[in-house]
Design a protein around this ligand. Structure first.
Ligand SMILES: *[C@@H]1O[C@H](CO)[C@@H](O)[C@H](O)[C@H]1NC(C)=O
Ligand SMILES: *[C@@H]1O[C@H](CO)[C@@H](O)[C@H](O)[C@H]1NC(C)=O
Length: 802
């Protein structure tokens, strides 16, 4: 039997190899090219309302800013980077696919403006266009819009010709910029073209100076150091400030004149350089196009084709979505389908390309005595790049390690190649010691959004390892396809098919995935071993004897009040002490070990697979033997009493259900499964009408202190709870009493969560960081389309388990 299976396998692999190896290199190469091209340009400056750039470091940055021009408050009401405090009723992508484009909508109450931008690009990765449409609530509202494009490296960018010489750079209508940059495939043009229907404000209060004329398009260029190009808004306002200054210098009060004129860009100093600004001012509704074309492209975008192209993008998205997301009752109705499309678009619209240095303190020793905050003072390291989703465009516009695994779950269903592209980008940041900074604050623009005391990262600090979870899921699905493929296919790849299947290629051609897995595997091992060695719990000093002393863990780098590494910052814990053992971290290590096991197994590295399996079993034993409190009937953190004997520290909530939500409780353990599900289902403890509370109503720390993770509802943990209920509910060998309870809780929880997130989105225009456990109201950070987007997957999950 053994021998025949062996021969069978050799036959399979030999067969596949001889037929396809030659072809395989070509496929891999072609895939890289197609993938890179289709993702090259994008709105990858998601910290801005509208900002386009390529995934090429130090190349070209472009974006929009706008303001109501009728008021001297204009500068204060100007919009460029997304801010939590803005009077923006709603914003974001209603339809978006990073490979094709989409539509973003911004309702700016200050400008009485509904601003819509439609983004499209060409397959060859060389051209893109942005159609900017404004609809104003008042037909006489005057708004000024500035488009800018700046080069961050060697190259040229300026007006296409000397046509505008002697005009003070005032133009009627259209402008063409011409540029050259090696990295951008040489010559390119940017056309900014007005719509015929636009109306310009015919205001002339400043005598004898046409340079303020607001009926014209105003153009300026100037030299900006490459690391300052991102400060476009500050640069624009500094230039406009010169106008005011000139009047003040002559003892003339500018207030005598119309702000519509005064807030116009003027090139009074005849600057010239890499940074280009184009300002247009409109009365009422307006529309204009920005079209970027590369000279060598055979596929240039024509203005006449724009409407059709946008139409095409919307059709592609609808078709792709319908194919991938079948929502289940009661959410299989049009209003929820539209909602799901929008949320998915918002999540993918957050994808950002970050580039720059990072501040790291490699010397700081974590304070394990007083557990006061260590003052980190780091130094800049490297030039790193990261392609990632973000938790929230206004508030957290950068990569977060533990959020990312959750962000990628919905995207995995929609475009698994994109998921892998993001995972690869993260894994490329694993350093020699196996560490990845939990927050990716790369470059000055990124740092400008973070309070200075939090910008420094420390290589002893961890964060829940969610990326490993997503990677092993990716591999799992690919392997399933591979088996099917080997048994059913004739073994020939068709290169012509690649383009049409982009998005799922790693699934359909799993060799691509397996190849990458082989390459990255040693790095993942280092990453995993980094976790094991840096976060290991202390058994030696307390003469602890557990089933396996190597498999207990403590989050390093917490303070008395907060445990930031755990991701659930202020969740109640014991007095900080080196004896502490954390059940949530042990559970995450279980997830990580299980993933390593699966990866080793899929790569057929049997030795390693055996080792990981043993460690996983040890973790399961420790979860039961070290962390289960028989008294309290829950899983708890462990610390020691005055005699250094173990005692439990139990705070019922997300921490105590961690082994359950990660599916680490043995399916035969009816007592424990029942206890956990009952805790979830108890309205006096975790159950609320809007989702599972982070901390039990009966805990002494409920809603105390900062009240961040002390009661209110978080969507990531609720999603894992639903998944776990489903898992245990579907297992044949789970006791029927558990299955029935799980089914009942599952059905109600799923509906409560989706309905509440939907209702909030409808009434406030936003998805929220967390939801109030009493009222269901969204709270804290708004426009939180990070893990709150898991609502899409909840709608896709089955209506019931049994
Ligand atoms: C718009 O802003 C004004 C002033 O800030 C406020 O009174 C009004 O309620 C806002 N309208 C909407 C629809 O948000
Ligand atoms: C804003 O404009 C877009 C496109 O013109 C439209 O689809 C959307 O409904 C408008 N939104 C509001 C709130 O008026």
């Amino acid at each position: 039997m053994f021998v025949s299976i062996w021969y069978f396998l050799i036959f399979l692999f030999g067969f596949a190899n001889s037929q396809t190896l030659d072809n395989f290199d070509k496929i891999a190469e072609e895939y890289e090219k197609l993938n890179q091209e289709s993702l090259n340009w994008g709105p990858y400056r998601s910290n801005l309302y509208v900002g386009v750039r390529p995934r090429i470091p130090n190349s070209l940055l472009s974006g929009l800013l706008w303001f109501p021009a009728e008021t001297f408050q204009g500068p204060l009401l100007s919009k460029h980077s997304c801010e939590q405090s803005h009077n923006i009723k709603k914003f974001g992508w209603t339809r978006y696919d990073p490979r094709f484009g989409g539509i973003e909508n911004i309702i700016d109450n200050d400008s009485h403006l509904n601003l819509t931008t439609e983004f499209v690009k060409t397959d060859d990765g060389l051209n893109w266009a942005l159609r900017v449409k404004g609809t104003t609530v008042r037909s006489d509202a005057v708004n000024s819009i500035v488009f800018y494009a700046g080069l961050q490296g060697d190259g040229k960018l300026g007006l296409a010709s000397d046509l505008y010489e002697g005009t003070n750079n005032l133009v009627d209508g259209d402008v063409t910029l011409k540029g050259f940059m090696e990295k951008l495939n040489g010559d390119f043009t940017i056309d900014i073209i007005d719509d015929d229907m636009n109306v310009y404000p015919d205001v002339h209060t400043i005598p004898d100076d046409e340079t303020y004329d607001p009926t014209k398009t105003h153009y300026t260029s100037l030299m900006v150091p490459e690391q300052e190009v991102w400060k476009a808004s500050e640069i624009f306002w500094a230039l406009v400030r010169i106008n005011i200054q000139q009047f003040e210098d002559n003892d003339i009060s500018p207030i005598a004149y119309s702000p519509i004129e005064l807030l116009q860009l003027r090139n009074s100093n005849n600057f010239k350089g890499n940074f280009n600004l184009i300002q247009k001012t409109f009365v009422g509704n307006f529309q204009f196009d920005i079209i970027y074309n590369t000279e060598v492209s055979k596929n240039k975008i024509e203005r006449e084709d724009l409407s059709n192209k946008i139409e095409d993008v919307l059709n592609i998205i609808d078709t792709k979505f319908t194919k991938k997301f079948q929502l289940s009752a009661p959410f299989n109705t049009n209003k929820f389908i539209d909602f799901a499309k929008e949320i998915l678009s918002q999540l993918m619209g957050g994808i950002i390309y970050q580039h720059g240095d990072q501040i790291v303190d490699r010397k700081a020793v974590l304070d394990d005595v007083k557990f006061s905050h260590t003052d980190l003072s780091g130094s800049p390291e490297g030039q790193y790049e990261l392609f990632t989703c973000v938790p929230s465009r206004p508030f957290f516009p950068r990569g977060f390690y533990w959020d990312e695994g959750f962000h990628l779950l919905p995207i995995l269903e929609y475009d698994s190649d994109l998921t892998l592209e993001i995972v690869k980008s993260w894994f490329s940041l694993i350093d020699d010691k196996g560490w990845i900074a939990r927050e990716q604050i790369l470059g000055d623009e990124s740092r400008s959004k973070v309070p200075i005391e939090f910008t420094t990262q420390n290589p002893n600090i961890a964060n829940p390892p969610t990326l490993m979870m997503i990677f092993s899921e990716l591999l799992d699905s690919a392997k399933k396809f591979q088996l099917e493929y080997q048994l059913n296919d004739n073994g020939m790849f068709q290169i012509d098919d690649l383009k049409n299947n982009l998005g799922d290629l790693h699934m359909e051609k799993p060799e691509l995935m397996i190849n990458y897995a082989k390459e990255i595997y040693p790095k993942l091992q280092t990453h995993y071993e980094w976790f094991r060695s840096t976060q290991r719990g202390n058994t030696r000093d307390f003469e602890r004897h557990y089933p396996n002393n190597d498999e207990v863990y403590r989050w390093k780098g917490r303070s008395q009040e907060l445990c930031l590494p755990s991701g659930i910052d202020d969740y109640p814990r014991c007095e900080a002490d080196i004896s502490e053992l954390n059940i949530d971290l042990l559970s995450w290590m279980g997830v990580m070990t299980r993933s390593m096991f699966k990866i080793a197994q899929l790569l057929e590295i049997d030795e390693d697979a055996k080792l990981y399996k043993k460690r996983f079993d040890d973790i399961i034993s420790n979860i039961e033997k070290v962390h289960w409190s028989k008294n309290k009937k829950m899983y708890c953190d462990v610390t020691v009493d005055d005699d250094d004997d173990d005692i439990f520290e139990c705070h019922e909530g997300y921490v105590t259900i961690m082994p359950f939500i990660h599916k680490l409780i043995p399916i035969s353990d009816t007592e424990k499964l029942t206890a956990v599900i009952e805790s979830i289902n108890n309205p006096d403890k975790l159950w609320s009408d809007f989702g599972i509370r982070s901390l039990s109503k009966q805990d002494s720390k409920f809603h105390k202190g900062e009240d961040y993770w002390r009661g209110h509802i978080w969507i990531n943990i609720n999603y894992l709870t639903l998944e776990a209920l489903r898992y245990y509910g579907e297992q044949d060998d789970v006791d029927s009493s558990v299955k029935e309870l799980a089914n009942k809780v599952y059905i109600q929880l799923r509906e409560n969560l989706v309905n509440n997130i939907y209702d909030n989105y409808e009434s406030t225009g936003y998805a929220w960081e967390q939801y109030n456990e009493e009222s269901g109201a969204g709270q804290r950070t708004r426009h939180f389309l990070g893990w709150t987007s898991l609502v899409i997957l909840m709608m896709k999950m089955p209506s019931a388990i049994l």
